[in-house]
Design a protein around this ligand. Sequence first.
Ligand code: N01
Length: 487
Amino acid sequence: MNSTYDQIIIGAGFAGLCAAINLKKAGENNFVILERNDSIGGTWYDNHYPGAACDVESHLYSYSFEPNPHWSRQFGPQEEILKYMEHCAEKYDLQKHVQLNTNVTRAIFDETSGTWTVSTATGKSYTGKVVVSCSGGLSQPSFPDIKGLNTFQGKVFHSAMWDRTYDLTNKTVGVIGTGASAIQIVPAIAGQVKQLHLFQRTPPWILPKPDKDISALRQWFYTNLPFTQRLHRKRLYWQHEIMAVGFIKNPKILKLFSKLALRFLKQSVPDEALRKKLTPNYVMGCKRVLITNDYFPALNRTNVEVVTEPIAAINASGILTGDGIQRNVDALVLATGFQAAEEVSRFEVKGRNGIDLNEAWRNGAEAYLGTSVAGFPNMFLVVGPNTGLGHSSMILMIEAQVKLIMESLKAMKLSKAKFIDVKKSAQQEYNREIQEKLSGTVWQTGGCASWYQTKSGKNVTLWPGFTFSFMKRTEKFEPEKYEMVPS
Ligand code: N01
C-alpha cells in the first residue's frame, strides 16, 4: 500500500510537531507524520522514569509561538511537558496527520521523479516530495558493553524504557551511570528502595537547580499580561547565552562556576570520602553540567552506596566489581545514555545515485547548517549534526532549523525546482569552520570523554556558538549554496 504526500515528517517529538505546525501555518495540509511510538511526544514520551523533568526552564524550553502561562514549576516535570505537546498537537489539529506505531525502516530517493519513498516496519510505504527527518538526537538508548549483562536474572531497565508496572519498593537496586538521567532517577527512588548501589565511572559537575513552584499570581500575570511572560523568557534566554561564553570563548569563566559547584558539593556532602568520590577531575563543561538539589542528599542516605570501583562483570544475581566484590541486586537501572555521536542514521537512507547516508557519514555525521546533506535532496534534518547545545534550550535550535526548511520549500516552489540539493563544497566549507570553532572549546579540550564526540574524538553533536548566531545563519535560504534542479 502506498500513500502520496507533499511532505513526510519522521517523528512526532518537539521537532516533528514544530515542522508540522509551520507547514500548517504556511497553508500546507498534505503531509504525514510517521511516529514509531503509540503516542506523540518523542523523547518526552520515552523518558518517563521516576523524577524525569527538564533541566532547562520551561518558559524557555517551549515554543516561542506557543507560550504556556501555566507552567507549574520553573523546570517542568515530564508529564507536564508531554501535556504541553499534546495541547500543541490538538490546537494545530495535527493528530489527523500522525500515523502512530509506524517505524520507518528505509527512505529512498528517486532522481527521475524527484520523490522519496519511505518504507515502514508495518509494510506500508509513503511517497513524498520532501522528507523532514525529526527522529531525535537522543532517541536510541545506549546499552553498556559489560560482560554478562544478558545473564542477569533480575529486572533490567534502561532509563529511556522505564517499566512503570515494576514496583521498586524494598528492592535492592543497582544504577549504572551518573549522567542527567541518573541524577534525576536516584533521588526519586532512593527513599523507596531497600538499598541502592550507584555505579559511577565519572563524577559529573553539579550546580544547584534554581527550581521552584510558579505561583498562581505569576501565572495570572503571564496569562493576563503576556508581555511579562515574554520578558521572563527573554531574561532566561540571555542568562543561558552568557553560559556559552564560558563553553566556547573562554573556558576560564567556567572556573568561577567550578568553584561554586565545589562549594555546593562541600555544603551538601559532609562525608569526606564520599565527597572525594564525587569530585570531578576534568574541566567543567566538558560533559553536560548537571543541575539538581536532591541528588547529593540522596547520596548521603545510609541505604545508598556510591561505587567507583569499575564494573568487571554482571552475572545472574548482580554486579561484580574489579576488587572482587559482588553486589546482588533485584533490579538493574541502566542510566547509560544514548547513541548520539556514533549513531548515524537509524534507518537506511539512499540519496542520489544510490549513495547511502551511513556510508556518507562513515567518518562522522555532517550536514550544512545541521539541516541538509549533499546528495540527499529535499531531505531536511531537524536536530541534525552539530545542532546540539550545551548551554540552552534545544527548542530554539529546532525553531531555527524549521524556519530554514520553510524558507527552502518556499524557494523551491518559487523557482519551480524539482528538487534542491546542498552543494558538497558548501557543506565541506561549513563543516571545516564548525570543526575549527569546536577545537578551542571546553568540549574538546576539557579532558573528558562524552557522548558529544565520536570514538575518534570528532564532535558531531554540538553547535559551537550562541543560539542567536545559529538563528541568524538559518534565517534566509541562500540559493548559491544549493543546486536547484528544474522540473
Ligand atoms: O546519559 P549520559 P543520560 N559502565 O550519556 C555511564 C539529555 N537529558 O541519559 O560519564 C559504567 O549523560 C556514563 O559514564 P561516563 C541531556 O542532554 C536531558 O544521563 O561515560 N558506566 C555516564 O555516567 C544528557 O546529556 C535531561 O564515564 C557507564 C552515564 O552512564 C543526555 O540526555 C534529562 C557505561 C550516561 O550518561 C544524556 O543523559 C536526562 C559503562 N559501560 C537526559 N556506559 C533533561 O533534564 C555509560 N556509562 C532535559
